[in-house]
Design a protein around this ligand. Structure first.
Ligand code: TNX
Length: 662
């Protein structure tokens, strides 16, 4: 482990802290003694690595100069306190040596930042300064600060580590303003707490949009005033429940939805609510079909149903394309009007997603489909929101306001026939979020049988969709005629047919979402399986393994990623010379405990082998962090220093020095 930085006189240190450190080396040079570039995802626009390092010490403070920076400073403190055990007070005023300074001002280097999300970060041996024009920019910089520290900084409990960062100057801002992750809580219910955990995890990678798919054929998940049946009946379904006995479904109260929106906002994420219409809504139709005594309806709500089955039938499979609401029914508009009114009122973001996907013309003709989408678009606009929908909403006959957003999900690329919806969207002056299923669908299997009982294969076939597929494409050239003039960003969609628990969701989402986070944030570059950008990404992705493990994020330890061994000191005790308890904690993604070999140099002239123990991977669950322990009796009293070294096939060895108490 690197040594702690030396102390320097306060006045000198202060002077150094207030000037930009001299940079002696440029990014990613291959020179033998070049400093290692930091392992940050998404890759910053520009990183310059200097000599030396900054060490976060116990007495550090987080300093702001304006109240507007306070919430971000508190967020930074919240990230750093648990693992360091430091107080890290947030104070107003001028920084002293060793402090972290968050300044809301234009550093003058962010002229190319179109979204006000950029930041400039400098570290020197005596301090850290983060500057941004907006709190969101500061918050993005805070995520980079976390990744400059050792992975154990994400530990929920105190860890003994050297909290050092390289000396760097980073100038950074996003390529796209929309960087989304979609979660489908309709096919399987997820509680607000699970969604909040996903927000925590996605925010670390500068994802700024959470698209919540709250309704589909199998479930309606948010209580609506005036329409209690929507959740009393509609929340009971899930995919594969075989009659509502195995999986009780569930729904959120409006207060719960508001708390998720607020939690997202505190992580600088905007929630885009989606109630899929006119198809994919058998849950709504089945709930309201017999709602004959509802005073808001006209006593004959059966006329909302234009689906293939009349009366509607609950269908607990993942089947699509059989349900539809009728555009001619007043009851349809009463129900949709209430939903849109209530959801938009609770969602401060600019978008409302009306779904719009997969309605076969045998169920609703294109004319009727278009008339429904057009009228619904007007309702959404009337509530001050921009329409968003799956790219079918750009199809023939639709006339949505310029700037409405089509989410392009078809795998088709170039000018093949499936690209028509994207081309139509451009013709109609709509904006596009790129989400081609074979590069962004987080519910698709990584490989044909991985994971065994989770994930679909329709978009990726037997080759699967691992991180290579998610990384190696370009949103601005994927479809002919669709460029960055049209594209506002990218999104990963986590559909819920097969994912029951948050653990399932995490396994499918990570690490692939990080590829999309990088496509959404980092500058355009050539990205192919043989490109330097992809190799570089894989190396930085490997460094995230210990972070996922430390904060308890389940993930797929993809064989495409050169995962690393990472070690940190544990807290062994010594009693009458006898050592007990683990010496170190090991992160070894994808490596069975028995495949890792530990040796311990006890620092007294003896070296023995150590034991690596923990829980091996099971299908759809990554292995645990491991404990490294060893048996030793010191014959001399006093403080001892041992070195733990771990090797495993295919990985560089890792070592950590442990101080054993006297
Ligand atoms: C397609 S593409 C869907 C979803 C499914 C998903 C499964 C699109 C807008 N809709 O309804 O859940 O495939 O991968």
């Amino acid at each position: 482990m690197p040594k702690m930085s030396r102390k320097r006189p306060l006045i000198l240190a202060l002077a150094v802290a207030l000037t930009i450190p001299a940079m002696s080396a440029v990014t990613a040079s291959a020179a033998p003694d070049a400093p290692t570039p930091p392992q940050i995802v998404p890759k910053p626009v520009s990183t310059t690595v200097g000599q030396g390092q900054f060490t976060l010490e116990r007495g550090a403070r987080i300093v702001v100069q304006s109240a507007a920076a306070l919430p971000v400073a508190q967020a930074l403190a919240g990230y750093l306190r648990p693992a360091t055990g430091y107080a890290l007070p947030v104070v107003a005023g001028q920084p002293a040596a060793g402090d972290l300074s968050l300044v809301l001002r234009d550093p003058g280097t962010l002229g190319a930042d179109r979204f006000g999300e950029g930041y400039q970060l400098t570290t020197s041996p005596s301090g850290l300064t983060l500057q941004a024009k907006t709190p969101h920019g500061l918050y993005n910089g805070v995520q980079t600060v976390r990744q400059l520290l050792p992975p154990w900084i994400d530990s929920p409990g105190a860890v003994t580590a050297n909290w050092t960062m390289p000396v760097v100057r980073i100038t950074d801002y996003p390529r796209y303003g929309y960087r989304g992750v979609m979660l489908d809580i309709a096919r399987h219910f997820e509680p607000p707490s699970a969604v909040m955990q996903l927000i925590d995890q996605a925010a670390e990678y500068k994802i700024n949009t959470l698209h919540l798919h709250v309704s589909d054929d199998q479930g309606f998940r948010i209580a609506m005033n005036g329409f209690p049946n929507l959740t009393q009946i509609g929340s009971q379904g899930s995919v594969g429940t075989g009659g509502r006995t195995m999986d009780p479904g569930g729904s959120w109260t409006q207060d719960e939805y508001r708390s998720v929106v607020a939690y997202a906002a505190a992580h600088f994420m905007t929630v885009v609510p989606e109630v899929d219409t006119p198809g994919h809504n058998n849950a709504s139709i089945s709930s309201e079909y017999n709602d004959t005594t509802n005073p808001l309806l006209d006593g004959h709500p059966q006329d909302i149903n234009c689906g293939a089955k009349n009366p509607p039938e609950w269908n607990f499979t993942g089947a699509v394309g059989y349900s539809a609401m009728c555009p001619e029914s007043n009851n349809t508009w009463t129900i949709l009007g209430a939903i849109i009114d209530q959801l938009t009122a609770m969602s401060p973001g600019p978008y409302y997603h009306l779904g719009g996907d997969e309605v076969p013309s045998t169920v609703l003709s294109q004319d009727r489909y278009a008339s429904l989408v057009n009228r619904e678009g007007g309702v959404v606009n009337g509530h001050g929101k921009t329409v968003m929908g799956w790219a079918e909403i750009a199809g023939s006959g639709t006339a949505l306001r310029e700037g409405s957003v089509a989410e392009y999900w078809n795998p088709a690329s170039g000018s093949s026939s499936g690209t028509i919806t994207a081309t139509e969207a451009v013709q109609k002056k709509m904006k596009i979020v790129m989400a081609p299923a074979n590069h962004t669908y987080l519910d698709q299997k990584y490989a044909s049988h991985v994971p065994p009982n989770l994930g679909l294969t329709w978009a990726c076939g037997s080759a699967g969709c691992d991180v290579d597929k998610f990384y190696n494409w370009d949103p601005s050239t994927y479809v002919d005629g669709v460029t960055d003039d049209n594209v506002i960003g990218v999104e990963g969609a986590m559909w819920g047919e097969t994912a029951v628990t948050l653990g399932d969701v995490d396994y499918m989402v990570f690490p692939r979402l990080l590829a999309l986070a990088e496509l959404g944030w980092s500058p355009k570059t050539t990205r192919t399986v043989s490109s330097p950008a992809y190799a570089d990404f894989l190396g930085r992705l490997a460094a995230q393994g210990a972070r996922f493990m430390t904060r308890g994020t389940n993930f797929y330890p993809s064989p495409k990623v050169p995962w690393r061994l990472d070690l940190v000191a544990a807290h062994p005790t010594v009693s009458n010379g006898q050592v007990s308890g683990a010496l170190a904690t090991l992160s070894a993604p994808g490596i069975a405990p028995g495949a890792a070999t530990a040796s311990i140099d006890w620092g007294d002239g003896t070296t023995t082998s150590g034991t690596v123990s923990g829980t091996a991977a099971t299908p759809a669950m990554v292995n645990s962090l491991y404990a490294v322990s060893g048996d030793h009796l010191y014959t001399m009293s006093g403080t001892h220093h041992a070195t733990v070294t771990v090797t495993a096939p295919g990985a560089e060895p890792a070592a950590v020095r442990i101080t054993l108490p006297a």
